[in-house]
Design a binder for this molecule. Structure first.
Ligand code: CP3
Length: 358
């Protein structure tokens, strides 16, 4: 089942898909591909703390490589977390049973004033070392992906202190002191520019911005707050040939605005139709996604048909196959493998023919 194209030059395949150039197969990777659904990850976690893994390049490399060896994905995302830069900016980060917690949330101007712009080669060197190590282990034909949170999503954690539905502290700030929120988003954007530049310099072939909580915003608020901060980040990053993938969740109502961020690739969840997005934004903007992670909790045949359906929507052009959100810890490994193999083994001409017939 394993395709020859995938094993020959995954990096050029990935970059071609980002540039919307014709490919023989779609590249495929999975958000949160290194994680608790893998027994091999759980074995490392039994011996080491989550942040310890993130901050020890050898351990971060080991878990980053697990999905490459076990599933045969076409891209390796470096193991880390979107909250790592918040700690480097001066916040206290801890991973609890309930998820990550930032101990000193930003509520007042003086909290914001205490944030510092950091040097990623000093404060978060471990991440760049992990990228350098992955690039030298994998060689020039496998893309290593760097990442960060988009400003709005990092602000959600920095102001709330934890994952919290509704994000009322952040929304209170939005309505009570919009000027402060704009300053906070700009500070985050500028720190993230430095942080991602260092990852690209370390060898990341592409970077992904996670805007997991952008869907909390209405159009007006997205346009006034999240959009300008993301635009600033992407334009200042000035990544040139290096693609910037922007992931958004629950953002069907925001897509025309999301398309204005300057991102090379829009990564979307299962609630948006890839075919409609393609019609809306044209063949020049690549798409990533968008199978519901819950499909992988069902039978393997369902996984294969969901992959086929997703690829038929784009005819496999300018498409990176992925899930619409992170893989769930309860996912059977064989279904993750079925997902990857289904994507890699679908000949694209056949996919477009299926499309024409249906
Ligand atoms: O994709 C990858 O394999 C790379 C690693 C990665 C992690 N987190 C590892 C992780 C990436 C890209 C992230 C991004 C991330 N982190 C996001 C954006 C994407 C998304 O899923 O929405 C967010 C919102 C976070 C914040 C975060 N980190 C939460 C809410 C949690 C707890 C919930 C959960 O899934 O466990 C984490 C912890 C975390 N980050 C784990 C992993 C593998 C689990 C920690 C453990 O091993 O116990």
């Amino acid at each position: 089942m394993t395709s020859t194209i995938s094993s020959s030059n995954r990096k050029s395949l990935f970059l071609k898909a980002c540039r919307c150039e014709p490919v023989e197969q779609v590249p495929v990777w999975i958000m949160r591909q290194a994680g608790r659904y893998l027994p091999e990850y759980r074995a490392v976690r039994a011996k080491h703390g989550f942040l310890e893994i993130c901050k020890t390049p050898e351990l971060a490399m080991e878990v980053s490589l697990q999905p490459f060896h076990i599933l045969g994905v076409d891209a390796v995302i470096v193991f880390s977390d979107i909250l790592i830069p918040a700690e480097a900016m001066g916040m206290e980060l801890e991973l609890t049973e309930a998820g990550p917690v930032l101990g000193n949330p930003i509520r007042e101007r003086r909290d914001m004033a205490a944030l510092r712009r950091f040097d990623p080669e000093q404060e978060t060197r471990f991440l760049n070392d992990a990228i350098r190590g992955l690039v030298s282990t994998l060689g020039p034909t496998v893309p290593v992906l760097g990442f960060a949170a988009a400003p709005w999503t990092l602000a959600c954690y920095m102001v709330e202190g934890q994952t919290k539905s509704g994000f009322d502290s952040l929304k209170r700030l939005l309505y009570a002191d919009p000027k402060m929120l704009r300053e906070l988003l700009e500070t985050i954007a500028r720190c993230t520019v430095d942080y991602l530049r260092a990852q690209v310099a370390a060898g990341a072939a592409a970077v992904q911005l996670f805007d997991t909580w952008a869907g909390e915003l209405g159009r007006k608020e997205y346009e006034a707050f999240a959009l300008p901060a993301t635009q600033l980040l992407i334009s200042e990053l000035n990544a040139g040939e290096t693609p910037v993938i922007l992931y958004t969740k629950g953002c069907a109502h925001l897509m025309p605005l999301v398309a204005r961020t300057g991102a090379t690739v829009l990564s979307v969840d299962w609630r948006v139709d890839l075919k409609k997005l393609r019609e809306q934004f044209g063949p020049g903007i690549a798409l990533q996604g968008n199978v519901d992670p819950c499909v992988l909790l069902g039978p393997a045949e369902g996984v294969r048909s969901a992959v086929r359906e997703a690829i038929e929507k784009t005819d496999g052009l300018g498409h990176i196959l992925n899930l619409g959100h992170g893989i769930l810890p309860s996912t059977p490994v064989e279904n993750a493998r079925a997902f990857v193999q289904a994507g890699q083994s679908l000949p694209l001409r056949a996919a477009s023919e299926i499309h024409r017939v249906s």
